[in-house]
Design a binder for this molecule. Structure first.
Ligand code: ZN
Length: 123
């Protein structure tokens, strides 16, 4: 059984930030994250920490079911405009626009528009 969650969070491994971003980009990223944290604090929100489960793990489905049972579930996913299967929100591009790829190879944006041609044949 597969449960599709809303693609609600961006999770980045600290090691990847260190490895793939130069020091200026690292400082900027942490500055922006700090700004979000400060704004949340100003609104009286607490600074949350999270358990992260890689969806590739064989136990991810069990974790998803536990979360669903406890009401921590916002349905997500969208249907592929080509094969009509639920796209598992496999991100293939972050910038300038978030793009996801279906297992059939179709690439869509957040609105579910087919971006396959633009993705593979950029101008
Ligand atoms: Zn598809």
């Amino acid at each position: 059984m597969s449960i599709e969650f809303e693609n609600k969070y961006i999770v980045v491994k600290r090691d990847d930030i260190k490895k793939y971003l130069n020091s200026i980009a690292q400082k900027n990223l942490y500055r922006y994250l700090g700004a979000i944290e400060a704004a949340r604090k100003a609104e009286g929100k607490k600074n949350n920490t999270y358990l992260v489960v890689n969806t590739d793990e064989p136990y991810a489905g069990e974790v998803a079911q536990i979360m669903q049972r406890h009401g921590h579930f916002t349905p997500g996913g969208m249907n592929c405009p080509y094969c009509n299967e639920i796209i598992s929100l496999n991100i293939v591009q972050y910038y300038p626009e978030l793009l996801y790829e279906c297992e059939c190879g179709t690439v869509v944006n957040d609105e579910g528009e087919d971006m396959t041609d633009k993705y593979y044949n950029p101008v």
